[in-house]
Design a protein around this ligand. Sequence first.
Ligand code: MN
Length: 151
Amino acid sequence: MAFDLIGDIHGQADKLEALLARLGYRQSHGLWRHPSNIVIFLGDFIDRGSQQLRTLEIARRIVEGGAALAVTGNHELNAIAWATPDPRGNGDFLRPHFHLLRGLKNRRQHARFLGELEPRPTLYRELIGWFMTLPLPLPLELPGLRAVHAC
Ligand SMILES: [Mn+2]
């Protein structure tokens, strides 16, 4: 078995599908598969691009179908922290929304994801939950291969 390593998709679903096709993956029943290879997603599925949800649908289906592994990127980690209330009870979140300087910067960086998912709170929670099932930005250890998102 060989691995195809794909990192930093950042909401570019069309480019992801074009890349998979070019690498010899074929889509059937909404799931991309390769006759011999599997994908290792190196994190940063989200933010920046205009196809946040579609990117996650494609990637998640491949991972859950057993044809890919994935590690978390710093953008997924940020998304988890953005969605998690600060346990110190200061009314803010682990990744601050309201901090005078960092709040705006944090929202701007996450704006494409929030733009697609904030109007869909159930799906939003579900996707944050999926991020939490991925290995954190720690190495994914495989025989002869260690995969990690640089962050
Ligand atoms: Mn990154």
